[in-house]
Design a protein around this ligand. Sequence first.
Ligand code: FES
Length: 153
Amino acid sequence: MTDRSRRRWLTSVGAASLAVGLPRCDRDEPVVAVDAGPTDEWTRVRWRLFEGAKIIVARDGRGLFAMSAVCPHQGCIVGPTPGRVCVPPEDGATSETPTLCCACHSSSFDGDGLAISGPAAPRRLAHWRVLVEGGRVRVMVNDPVAVAFRAVE
Ligand code: FES
């Protein structure tokens, strides 16, 4: 193998490895826009589960953000829990505190979606892009963003 053909082979292997390493959501799942309500509603609510869309939308001091509500352990729904007891979340469940849990096997998550206890630890909930447009909050499900991403009202 000449240096030139070896370089080409290494380049193609590197490109193939990079493509395989991409998260599944980047390649296979279509981006779906989910309406999360009017922006003025988010001045009161801090954490809310949208069970049908399998997302958790939240607001902190830096802005609005959203995470997948699909538990990275075995796919149950993670939701905000107002108390110390982890119970199966109901659609629309809200909380003032960033305490999230999965009742299937009692994993708990911090406010950034990192599993801090239970069998889901130390995996993290995926974060999705949030847009604030025309007075409404929209979550772009399957459009991954960094954990620190916030949409500003
Ligand atoms: S599916 Fe969530 S902890 Fe097992």
